[in-house]
Design a protein around this ligand. Structure first.
Ligand SMILES: C[S@@+](CC[C@H](N)C(=O)[O-])C[C@H]1O[C@@H](n2cnc3c(N)ncnc32)[C@H](O)[C@@H]1O
Length: 192
């Protein structure tokens, strides 16, 4: 087992009320904020490149009396190959402001891997999926493509729309510069 797999196994073995996966967690700040706000939730941030999350990861690993966050795990993994231990475990999966192959997979770009089927496999029956795309960096038909991909992956209760939101993650705060962000927002559920 590599270090990330060991850390993930240890986190899953600790008692928790629910599991939230933040796929493409970037700097990990939003994941860490969730873990601090909900101490009984196991918050797992996954990213193909965890360099931006190095600081948050270091701090989270400290003793709890020194600001550590025991219910946070940050794991290097790609959305196309999520750790097998997560299959059917997540109560909620979040993908916020993805780019690169993660965005291409969500929008079913030609040749992109099937990311949505993997996200569904990580959810427990009835688990929730939450996707936020930066509307300015996505094609005009992004909402239609996302809806079609969610249907093809077997999600139910699908809602997709364009709206304005207050930025809440590291990347969205950078993008928004204090203004509301124009986003494509999708919510769906794994079948119960
Ligand atoms: C714009 S950042 C957003 C980070 C964070 N969600 C936020 O809002 O601050 C997009 C992230 O997606 C990650 N990413 C891109 N393709 C990925 C893939 N195939 N699997 C996992 N992470 C991926 C990148 O490494 C990057 O950290």
């Amino acid at each position: 087992m590599n270090d990330d797999a060991t850390a993930l196994a240890a986190a899953l073995a600790r008692p928790h009320r629910r599991i939230v996966l933040d796929v493409g967690c970037g700097d990990g700040r939003a994941t860490a904020r969730l873990a601090r706000k909900e101490p009984e939730t196991l918050a797992i941030g996954l990213d193909a490149n965890l360099d931006m999350a190095a600081r948050v990861r270091r701090r989270a690993g400290r003793d709890a009396s020194r600001g550590g966050v025991p219910n946070l795990a940050l794991v290097r993994a790609s959305a196309e190959a999520l750790p097998r231990e997560l299959a059917g475990r997540a109560d909620e999966v979040r993908v916020e402001y993805p780019w690169g192959s993660l965005l291409a997979g969500l929008l079913s770009e030609a040749g992109a891997p099937d990311v949505l089927a993997g996200l569904r496999a990580a959810l427990r029956p009835g688990g929730r999926l939450w996707i936020v795309l930066n509307a300015r960096a996505t094609p005009d038909d992004a909402a239609d493509r996302l809806r079609a991909g969610l249907e093809a992956a077997g999600f139910v209760g699908i809602q997709v729309g364009r709206t304005g939101v207050a930025p809440s993650t590291g990347w969205s705060k950078r993008l928004a510069a204090g203004r509301p962000l124009d986003v494509v927002l999708a919510e769906a559920q794994a079948p119960a």
